[in-house]
Design a protein around this ligand. Structure first.
Ligand code: PLP
Length: 356
Protein backbone atom coordinates (compact mmCIF):
# COMPACT_ATOMS: atom_id res chain seq x y z
CA UNK A 1 0.00 0.00 0.00
CA UNK A 2 1.16 3.52 -0.76
CA UNK A 3 2.35 5.38 2.36
CA UNK A 4 1.77 9.08 2.86
CA UNK A 5 4.38 10.62 5.12
CA UNK A 6 3.08 13.30 7.50
CA UNK A 7 5.95 13.02 10.00
CA UNK A 8 6.82 16.25 11.82
CA UNK A 9 10.58 15.75 11.66
CA UNK A 10 12.66 14.16 10.36
CA UNK A 11 10.13 14.30 7.64
CA UNK A 12 9.28 13.89 4.00
CA UNK A 13 11.90 14.75 1.40
CA UNK A 14 11.45 14.59 -2.36
CA UNK A 15 11.97 10.98 -3.46
CA UNK A 16 14.58 12.04 -6.00
CA UNK A 17 16.61 13.72 -3.25
CA UNK A 18 16.76 10.43 -1.35
CA UNK A 19 17.63 8.50 -4.50
CA UNK A 20 20.31 10.87 -5.72
CA UNK A 21 21.90 11.08 -2.27
CA UNK A 22 21.86 7.29 -2.04
CA UNK A 23 23.61 7.04 -5.43
CA UNK A 24 26.34 9.43 -4.29
CA UNK A 25 26.84 7.42 -1.12
CA UNK A 26 27.53 4.42 -3.36
CA UNK A 27 29.65 6.21 -5.94
CA UNK A 28 30.46 9.89 -5.62
CA UNK A 29 30.59 11.60 -9.02
CA UNK A 30 31.83 8.42 -10.69
CA UNK A 31 34.96 8.37 -8.54
CA UNK A 32 34.43 4.80 -7.37
CA UNK A 33 34.45 6.10 -3.78
CA UNK A 34 31.54 6.87 -1.53
CA UNK A 35 30.54 10.40 -0.55
CA UNK A 36 30.98 9.05 2.97
CA UNK A 37 34.63 8.11 2.46
CA UNK A 38 36.20 11.11 0.78
CA UNK A 39 37.84 14.08 2.46
CA UNK A 40 35.52 17.00 2.99
CA UNK A 41 38.40 19.07 1.68
CA UNK A 42 38.60 16.97 -1.46
CA UNK A 43 38.25 19.06 -4.56
CA UNK A 44 35.04 17.18 -5.21
CA UNK A 45 33.22 18.17 -2.06
CA UNK A 46 33.95 21.90 -2.01
CA UNK A 47 31.75 22.40 -5.11
CA UNK A 48 28.88 20.75 -3.20
CA UNK A 49 29.07 23.36 -0.44
CA UNK A 50 29.62 26.17 -2.92
CA UNK A 51 26.64 25.21 -5.06
CA UNK A 52 24.40 24.73 -2.00
CA UNK A 53 25.33 28.16 -0.64
CA UNK A 54 24.85 29.77 -4.05
CA UNK A 55 21.42 28.16 -4.42
CA UNK A 56 20.35 29.30 -0.94
CA UNK A 57 21.42 32.85 -1.79
CA UNK A 58 19.56 32.67 -5.07
CA UNK A 59 16.36 31.05 -3.79
CA UNK A 60 16.03 33.33 -0.75
CA UNK A 61 17.51 36.37 -2.52
CA UNK A 62 20.03 36.81 0.26
CA UNK A 63 21.41 40.36 -0.02
CA UNK A 64 25.09 41.37 -0.03
CA UNK A 65 26.70 41.41 3.41
CA UNK A 66 25.27 38.10 4.56
CA UNK A 67 26.98 34.75 5.01
CA UNK A 68 25.44 31.32 4.69
CA UNK A 69 26.96 28.52 6.75
CA UNK A 70 26.28 24.89 7.64
CA UNK A 71 26.85 23.62 11.17
CA UNK A 72 26.19 20.47 13.14
CA UNK A 73 24.37 20.43 16.46
CA UNK A 74 20.84 21.02 15.24
CA UNK A 75 18.68 24.07 15.81
CA UNK A 76 19.04 23.34 19.52
CA UNK A 77 22.71 24.36 19.46
CA UNK A 78 21.67 27.68 17.95
CA UNK A 79 19.50 28.32 21.02
CA UNK A 80 22.83 28.76 22.81
CA UNK A 81 25.01 30.11 19.98
CA UNK A 82 22.61 32.98 19.28
CA UNK A 83 22.89 34.56 22.74
CA UNK A 84 26.56 33.61 22.96
CA UNK A 85 27.25 35.66 19.85
CA UNK A 86 24.56 38.36 19.97
CA UNK A 87 23.42 39.00 23.54
CA UNK A 88 25.24 41.95 25.06
CA UNK A 89 22.92 42.91 27.96
CA UNK A 90 19.32 42.16 27.22
CA UNK A 91 17.44 40.04 24.69
CA UNK A 92 13.73 39.86 23.88
CA UNK A 93 11.93 36.62 23.07
CA UNK A 94 8.43 35.96 21.77
CA UNK A 95 7.23 32.83 23.54
CA UNK A 96 5.13 30.88 21.07
CA UNK A 97 5.84 27.33 22.18
CA UNK A 98 8.23 24.64 23.30
CA UNK A 99 11.08 25.59 20.97
CA UNK A 100 10.83 29.29 21.82
CA UNK A 101 10.92 28.40 25.51
CA UNK A 102 14.00 26.26 25.04
CA UNK A 103 15.69 29.12 23.20
CA UNK A 104 14.84 31.50 26.08
CA UNK A 105 16.24 29.11 28.64
CA UNK A 106 19.66 29.18 26.99
CA UNK A 107 19.64 32.96 26.54
CA UNK A 108 19.19 33.40 30.30
CA UNK A 109 22.70 32.00 30.73
CA UNK A 110 24.07 35.09 28.99
CA UNK A 111 22.05 38.07 30.20
CA UNK A 112 18.62 39.51 30.85
CA UNK A 113 15.79 37.96 28.90
CA UNK A 114 12.52 39.79 28.36
CA UNK A 115 9.52 37.75 27.27
CA UNK A 116 7.68 40.26 25.08
CA UNK A 117 4.54 38.11 25.00
CA UNK A 118 3.45 34.53 25.50
CA UNK A 119 0.47 32.36 24.67
CA UNK A 120 1.57 29.68 27.16
CA UNK A 121 -1.60 30.14 29.27
CA UNK A 122 -3.66 29.11 26.25
CA UNK A 123 -1.38 26.16 25.42
CA UNK A 124 0.10 28.20 22.56
CA UNK A 125 -3.07 28.09 20.46
CA UNK A 126 -2.37 31.51 18.94
CA UNK A 127 0.46 33.92 18.17
CA UNK A 128 0.42 36.82 20.67
CA UNK A 129 -0.25 40.20 19.05
CA UNK A 130 -0.06 43.83 20.05
CA UNK A 131 3.12 43.42 22.08
CA UNK A 132 6.04 45.78 22.19
CA UNK A 133 9.71 45.01 22.15
CA UNK A 134 11.97 47.02 24.46
CA UNK A 135 13.98 49.41 22.29
CA UNK A 136 17.16 48.62 24.20
CA UNK A 137 17.02 44.87 23.55
CA UNK A 138 20.01 43.56 21.63
CA UNK A 139 17.67 41.48 19.49
CA UNK A 140 14.23 39.97 19.31
CA UNK A 141 14.03 36.21 18.82
CA UNK A 142 11.01 34.63 17.15
CA UNK A 143 10.07 31.11 16.05
CA UNK A 144 8.37 31.58 12.70
CA UNK A 145 6.65 28.19 12.69
CA UNK A 146 5.69 26.37 15.85
CA UNK A 147 6.03 22.78 14.75
CA UNK A 148 4.34 21.32 17.81
CA UNK A 149 1.36 23.69 18.16
CA UNK A 150 0.68 24.40 14.49
CA UNK A 151 0.93 28.18 14.57
CA UNK A 152 2.97 30.24 12.17
CA UNK A 153 4.12 33.82 11.67
CA UNK A 154 4.00 33.71 7.90
CA UNK A 155 5.28 37.21 7.31
CA UNK A 156 8.44 39.15 8.03
CA UNK A 157 7.86 41.29 11.11
CA UNK A 158 8.89 44.91 11.27
CA UNK A 159 10.52 45.44 14.64
CA UNK A 160 12.57 48.17 16.28
CA UNK A 161 15.55 45.96 17.13
CA UNK A 162 17.64 43.29 15.40
CA UNK A 163 15.51 40.30 14.44
CA UNK A 164 16.63 36.68 14.83
CA UNK A 165 14.44 33.80 13.72
CA UNK A 166 14.28 30.06 14.21
CA UNK A 167 12.86 28.99 10.84
CA UNK A 168 13.53 25.27 11.29
CA UNK A 169 10.15 24.13 10.12
CA UNK A 170 9.11 26.65 7.48
CA UNK A 171 12.26 27.83 5.75
CA UNK A 172 11.98 27.68 1.94
CA UNK A 173 8.19 27.45 2.16
CA UNK A 174 7.70 31.12 1.26
CA UNK A 175 9.72 34.11 0.05
CA UNK A 176 11.35 35.95 2.95
CA UNK A 177 12.92 39.38 3.18
CA UNK A 178 16.31 38.34 4.55
CA UNK A 179 17.33 41.99 4.96
CA UNK A 180 14.96 42.23 7.92
CA UNK A 181 16.93 39.62 9.87
CA UNK A 182 20.37 39.57 11.45
CA UNK A 183 20.30 35.82 11.86
CA UNK A 184 18.09 33.05 10.52
CA UNK A 185 18.69 29.46 11.50
CA UNK A 186 17.03 26.19 10.63
CA UNK A 187 17.65 22.60 11.60
CA UNK A 188 17.54 20.94 8.19
CA UNK A 189 15.47 17.86 8.92
CA UNK A 190 12.05 19.49 8.51
CA UNK A 191 12.19 21.04 5.10
CA UNK A 192 15.68 20.84 3.66
CA UNK A 193 17.80 17.77 4.23
CA UNK A 194 18.57 14.63 6.12
CA UNK A 195 19.10 15.25 9.84
CA UNK A 196 22.50 16.38 11.03
CA UNK A 197 22.99 19.83 9.57
CA UNK A 198 21.74 23.31 10.46
CA UNK A 199 21.54 26.17 7.99
CA UNK A 200 22.46 29.60 9.32
CA UNK A 201 22.20 32.93 7.52
CA UNK A 202 24.10 35.73 9.24
CA UNK A 203 24.46 39.43 8.69
CA UNK A 204 28.23 39.85 8.69
CA UNK A 205 28.56 43.24 10.35
CA UNK A 206 26.61 42.20 13.43
CA UNK A 207 29.14 39.53 14.41
CA UNK A 208 31.82 40.05 17.02
CA UNK A 209 29.95 42.58 19.15
CA UNK A 210 29.28 40.47 22.26
CA UNK A 211 31.66 41.34 25.09
CA UNK A 212 32.77 37.85 25.98
CA UNK A 213 35.18 35.17 24.98
CA UNK A 214 33.49 32.61 22.80
CA UNK A 215 34.87 29.09 22.42
CA UNK A 216 36.15 28.73 18.86
CA UNK A 217 33.56 26.19 17.74
CA UNK A 218 30.68 28.30 19.09
CA UNK A 219 31.82 31.53 17.50
CA UNK A 220 29.94 32.15 14.25
CA UNK A 221 32.97 34.02 12.89
CA UNK A 222 35.01 30.81 12.90
CA UNK A 223 32.61 29.13 10.52
CA UNK A 224 32.01 32.19 8.36
CA UNK A 225 35.76 32.66 7.91
CA UNK A 226 36.31 29.00 7.06
CA UNK A 227 33.27 28.64 4.82
CA UNK A 228 31.74 25.90 6.99
CA UNK A 229 35.01 23.93 6.74
CA UNK A 230 36.59 24.75 10.12
CA UNK A 231 36.06 21.14 11.10
CA UNK A 232 34.51 18.19 9.31
CA UNK A 233 31.03 19.23 8.23
CA UNK A 234 28.15 16.73 7.99
CA UNK A 235 28.84 15.84 4.37
CA UNK A 236 25.93 13.52 3.65
CA UNK A 237 23.24 15.85 5.05
CA UNK A 238 24.83 18.78 3.19
CA UNK A 239 24.79 16.78 -0.02
CA UNK A 240 21.11 15.98 0.49
CA UNK A 241 20.46 19.70 1.09
CA UNK A 242 22.07 20.43 -2.27
CA UNK A 243 19.75 17.97 -4.00
CA UNK A 244 16.72 19.49 -2.24
CA UNK A 245 17.81 22.97 -3.32
CA UNK A 246 18.19 21.83 -6.93
CA UNK A 247 14.73 20.27 -6.70
CA UNK A 248 13.33 23.47 -5.20
CA UNK A 249 14.76 25.57 -7.99
CA UNK A 250 13.44 23.23 -10.67
CA UNK A 251 9.98 23.36 -9.07
CA UNK A 252 9.86 27.15 -9.27
CA UNK A 253 11.53 28.18 -6.02
CA UNK A 254 9.98 29.54 -2.87
CA UNK A 255 7.13 31.32 -4.68
CA UNK A 256 5.97 27.96 -6.04
CA UNK A 257 6.38 26.36 -2.58
CA UNK A 258 4.29 29.15 -1.04
CA UNK A 259 1.53 28.55 -3.58
CA UNK A 260 1.61 24.82 -3.03
CA UNK A 261 1.59 25.25 0.76
CA UNK A 262 -1.54 27.39 0.50
CA UNK A 263 -3.22 24.83 -1.74
CA UNK A 264 -2.46 21.97 0.61
CA UNK A 265 -3.54 23.93 3.67
CA UNK A 266 -6.81 24.95 2.04
CA UNK A 267 -7.61 21.32 1.31
CA UNK A 268 -6.85 20.07 4.84
CA UNK A 269 -8.19 23.01 6.89
CA UNK A 270 -11.21 23.10 4.60
CA UNK A 271 -12.01 19.53 5.55
CA UNK A 272 -11.30 20.08 9.26
CA UNK A 273 -13.76 22.98 9.27
CA UNK A 274 -16.37 21.10 7.25
CA UNK A 275 -16.18 17.68 8.90
CA UNK A 276 -18.36 17.39 12.02
CA UNK A 277 -15.94 14.95 13.67
CA UNK A 278 -12.96 17.31 13.81
CA UNK A 279 -11.93 20.78 14.89
CA UNK A 280 -8.72 22.77 14.47
CA UNK A 281 -6.73 23.57 17.61
CA UNK A 282 -5.44 27.02 16.64
CA UNK A 283 -7.88 29.70 17.81
CA UNK A 284 -6.87 32.56 15.50
CA UNK A 285 -7.42 31.30 11.98
CA UNK A 286 -4.80 33.72 10.62
CA UNK A 287 -2.17 31.98 12.80
CA UNK A 288 -2.78 28.53 11.35
CA UNK A 289 0.45 26.97 10.20
CA UNK A 290 0.67 25.88 6.59
CA UNK A 291 3.38 23.42 7.57
CA UNK A 292 1.98 21.58 10.62
CA UNK A 293 -1.79 21.26 10.56
CA UNK A 294 -3.07 20.39 14.04
CA UNK A 295 -6.58 19.13 14.74
CA UNK A 296 -8.47 17.10 17.32
CA UNK A 297 -11.78 15.25 17.48
CA UNK A 298 -14.73 17.57 18.19
CA UNK A 299 -15.71 17.35 21.88
CA UNK A 300 -18.72 15.10 21.28
CA UNK A 301 -16.60 12.61 19.30
CA UNK A 302 -13.58 12.40 21.63
CA UNK A 303 -13.85 8.62 21.89
CA UNK A 304 -13.22 8.32 18.15
CA UNK A 305 -9.65 9.58 18.40
CA UNK A 306 -7.99 6.20 18.59
CA UNK A 307 -10.29 4.58 16.00
CA UNK A 308 -9.56 7.41 13.54
CA UNK A 309 -5.82 7.06 14.05
CA UNK A 310 -6.11 3.33 13.41
CA UNK A 311 -8.33 3.86 10.37
CA UNK A 312 -6.03 6.47 8.83
CA UNK A 313 -2.95 4.36 9.56
CA UNK A 314 -4.58 1.41 7.82
CA UNK A 315 -5.12 3.65 4.77
CA UNK A 316 -1.39 4.46 4.60
CA UNK A 317 -1.21 7.71 6.59
CA UNK A 318 2.06 7.87 8.54
CA UNK A 319 2.94 10.22 11.39
CA UNK A 320 -0.41 11.95 11.92
CA UNK A 321 -0.56 11.43 15.68
CA UNK A 322 -0.37 14.84 17.34
CA UNK A 323 2.45 15.81 19.67
CA UNK A 324 1.74 14.74 23.26
CA UNK A 325 1.42 18.36 24.40
CA UNK A 326 -1.46 18.99 21.99
CA UNK A 327 -2.96 15.54 21.42
CA UNK A 328 -5.17 14.67 18.48
CA UNK A 329 -3.57 14.83 15.08
CA UNK A 330 -0.91 16.71 13.21
CA UNK A 331 -0.51 16.54 9.47
CA UNK A 332 2.89 17.95 8.61
CA UNK A 333 2.84 19.37 5.12
CA UNK A 334 6.38 20.36 4.26
CA UNK A 335 7.53 21.30 0.77
CA UNK A 336 7.74 17.72 -0.46
CA UNK A 337 4.18 16.92 0.64
CA UNK A 338 2.03 16.38 -2.43
CA UNK A 339 -1.53 17.43 -3.18
CA UNK A 340 -2.16 13.71 -3.66
CA UNK A 341 -0.98 13.13 -0.08
CA UNK A 342 -3.30 15.68 1.48
CA UNK A 343 -6.19 14.50 -0.69
CA UNK A 344 -5.61 10.96 0.59
CA UNK A 345 -5.80 12.24 4.16
CA UNK A 346 -8.97 14.20 3.46
CA UNK A 347 -10.50 11.10 1.86
CA UNK A 348 -9.84 9.22 5.12
CA UNK A 349 -11.51 11.97 7.11
CA UNK A 350 -14.57 11.93 4.86
CA UNK A 351 -14.86 8.13 4.87
CA UNK A 352 -14.49 8.04 8.63
CA UNK A 353 -17.23 10.64 9.00
CA UNK A 354 -19.55 8.57 6.80
CA UNK A 355 -18.93 5.50 8.97
CA UNK A 356 -19.71 7.39 12.18
C1 PLP B 1 12.62 20.61 15.31
C2 PLP B 1 12.77 22.00 15.76
C3 PLP B 1 13.85 22.42 16.56
C4 PLP B 1 14.90 21.46 17.07
O1 PLP B 1 15.71 21.06 16.07
P1 PLP B 1 16.98 20.11 16.34
O2 PLP B 1 17.66 20.18 15.02
O3 PLP B 1 16.45 18.77 16.69
O4 PLP B 1 17.77 20.70 17.44
C5 PLP B 1 13.95 23.75 16.88
N1 PLP B 1 13.03 24.65 16.45
C6 PLP B 1 11.97 24.28 15.70
C7 PLP B 1 11.00 25.31 15.26
C8 PLP B 1 11.81 22.96 15.33
O5 PLP B 1 10.76 22.58 14.57
Amino acid sequence: MKKYNFNAGPSILPREVIEKTAQQILDFNGSGLSLAEISHRAKDFQPVVDEAVALIKELLQVPEGYSVIFLGGGASLEFCMVPYNFLIKKAAYLNTGTWAKKAMKEAKLFGEVVEVASSADANYTFIPKGWECPADADYLHITTNNTIYGTEIRKDLDVNVRLIADMSSDIFSRPIDVAKYDCIYAGAQKNLAMAGVTLIILKDDTLGKAPRQIPTMLDYRTHVEKGSMFNTPPVVPIYSALETLRWLKAKGGVEAMDKLAKQRAEIVYGEIDRNKLFRGTVTDVEDRSLMNICFVMADEYKELEKPFLEYATAQGMVGIKGHRSVGGFRASCYNAQTIEGVEALVKCMKEFEAKN
